[in-house]
Design a protein around this ligand. Structure first.
Ligand SMILES: [Zn+2]
Length: 100
């Protein structure tokens, strides 16, 4: 799906567009048909870490945030990276003084 955009028809706009495209002209290639959000298909992914034993092979334990969120097991890779990022985001206070 192409996003809407204003027409770029003036000579200056066309020159700027060509400079931006490193001199290339014509229509660009189609965007990759990859979904932005892909559901994880690993059943034990995101299960709470009740012990140090991984519930399935290939899972890594990701610590929760310092404010008490529990640690969980995630697939090594995309899911674990997202979980680590979420834990980091939870450490950012949203109000002065640290309250949420
Ligand atoms: Zn996963």
């Amino acid at each position: 799906m192409a996003r809407p955009q204003l027409p770029e028809t003036s000579p200056g706009q066309l020159r700027a567009k060509q400079a931006w495209n490193a001199g290339l002209i014509g229509t660009g290639r189609d965007s990759a048909g990859l979904p932005v959000v892909a559901p994880c298909t690993v059943g034990a992914c995101a299960s709470p870490a009740v012990s140090d034993q991984a519930p399935a092979a290939g899972l890594v334990q990701v610590a929760g945030s310092a404010d008490g969120a529990a640690a969980h097991w995630y697939c090594n890779g995309r899911c674990a990276a997202i979980a680590r990022a979420r834990a980091e985001l939870r450490t950012i206070p949203t109000r002065p003084g640290g309250d949420r």
